[in-house]
Design a protein around this ligand. Sequence first.
Ligand code: FES
Ligand code: FES
Length: 165
Amino acid sequence: MLTLTVNGKNYEFSGDPTTPVLWFLRDELDLTGPKFGCGMAQCGACTVHIDGVAQRSCVLPVSAAVGRKITTIEGLSEDGDHPVQKAWLDNKVPQCGFCQCGQIMQAASLLASNPTPTDEEIVATMSGNICRCGTYPRIHKAIKAASKSIAGVEYYTPEKEGENA
Ligand code: FES
Ligand code: FES
């Protein structure tokens, strides 16, 4: 029996210890924010935080997550009010939405370790998160907005972009 900590709560798992964390989250806990895209750590749709750092849950066995804090987008904030989530809404980032939970978790991890990333750092960090809908420009804009928000600068919205440029 394994004990896994997800979004601040402990859960028991008695299945195969090689089961990917993604399937434990989705099938056992009904946390469907993390998505299955490729199953090969190639797309980022399944991204969660492990001890606060973005990781691909499709290739992480549950046995490797014991004793660590797993956070899904459902646990990123109390009311969807994490600065990255707010910036995503303000900038109307999603199109179909499939990749977006992974994108947000990757961006939140980036800003937690580097609150004011350069454009190059954003591109490098987000390059492993694929969006078939091509929302990359809005993703980039939203990360810049969240960065400004976290840094305490007046909150950035598309309407204010012209004023702040
Ligand atoms: S489903 Fe995990 S990276 Fe694609
Ligand atoms: S919004 Fe459709 S795949 Fe990214």
